[in-house]
Design a protein around this ligand. Sequence first.
Ligand SMILES: NC(=O)c1ccc[n+]([C@@H]2O[C@H](COP(=O)([O-])OP(=O)(O)OC[C@H]3O[C@@H](n4cnc5c(N)ncnc54)[C@H](OP(=O)(O)O)[C@@H]3O)[C@@H](O)[C@H]2O)c1
Length: 230
Amino acid sequence: MQHTYLLIGNSDGIGAAVTRALLAQGDRVVGISRSPSPLGPNGPRHIVQDIAAPEYPQILKNLLAEEGPFDACIYCAAIGSRLTLPDLSKEARVVEVNFTSMVRTLAALAPGWLEKGQGHFIGLSSLADDFYNADSPSYTASKAGFSNYLVAMAFKLRSHGIYVTNIRFGFVDTKLPKASWKPLMMTADQASAHVIQCLKSKPVQLSVPKLAGLAIHSIRWIQSMRIWWF
Ligand SMILES: NC(=O)c1ccc[n+]([C@@H]2O[C@H](COP(=O)([O-])OP(=O)(O)OC[C@H]3O[C@@H](n4cnc5c(N)ncnc54)[C@H](OP(=O)(O)O)[C@@H]3O)[C@@H](O)[C@H]2O)c1
């Protein structure tokens, strides 16, 4: 049976890999990003839109009126920004794209899913949600809020037939990660395979690679000691 999926942020990276995988298994995809779809005019339906722009919620509402409730939504959009003092001007936009627009997306989708009694929202978070990163505070804080929000919403919505899945990836080989050392890095296709599996198994949370998650959690523990030292 063909499913229809809404992908937010699928012009590149993991979102583009998930789009290719879904189309290859015969599903339908509607995508949103600022750039056109790399699959061109003969590819799936694609809306060119900045999800942090004020008109985004209305555009989503119009799309839902046309398409009806999607079987699932996969939120892949994110930006990262290295903080270089004294310029903090890009910090708020990172939180807006990575976190606030995700909350707005789920708010637009939830009423239709609640009425139908089924739906699935998958959000791509990061193992960085468990890390104080002084070089990218807005990215790590946006991901901490993202993970916390989605797990809480998973608990809230499950009894209404709606699944929410928070996926926490380590390094994935796309243009997004700016670190000079990227241990245990996955390809975008490997990350996409985890997303496709989550569409079937619908876990509340998936963290991959587990070893990287453990390492980051240990670093956070050491960082917490620094709080007392300061
Ligand atoms: N790569 C990693 O190492 C890694 C690790 C952990 C978690 N993740 C998470 O995985 C997800 C996907 O990351 P990725 O590595 O695939 O990143 P990516 O290659 O940079 O792709 C990001 C996607 O988001 C879209 N996007 C960004 N800002 C947007 C905006 N304002 N409006 C609409 N679309 C927007 C981009 O399209 P346009 O530029 O065309 O708008 C692009 O399609 C993100 O949530 C990221 O935090 C990635």
